[in-house]
Design a protein around this ligand. Sequence first.
Ligand code: FES
Length: 122
Amino acid sequence: MANVTFSSPVMPRDITVYAVAGSRVTLLSLAKSHKIPIPCDCQDGECGSCIVEVKNYTKNTRDGVTLTNKEREVLLQLGKITKEELKDMACHDLPPRHRLACQCLVRNEDILVTFEGDTTLP
Ligand code: FES
């Protein structure tokens, strides 16, 4: 069981939901099932509209994960991966701070997911 807290200026308050780790649920599908308005377009790791920042609540170390080439390329194009994160990804499979919600699977860890959203919506 993982606690996933979503936070955004477009939401009146933070929302924490529970997810079953290992069920291959993406952050985007988890958000959608709880009506959390993470922007999305392609839902296939190509447009970058679903970019989020992920912070681990409970651990000082991140678990290793390999990003798909598609996600890695989009994050690079958006300038959302630092040189340090590139090194961590290459050497230790450590995920960068920013992820694409449609590509990021929920794992057995408590995380804070922040996103900007569309602040022009009513
Ligand atoms: Fe397009 Fe996630 S919705 S990259």
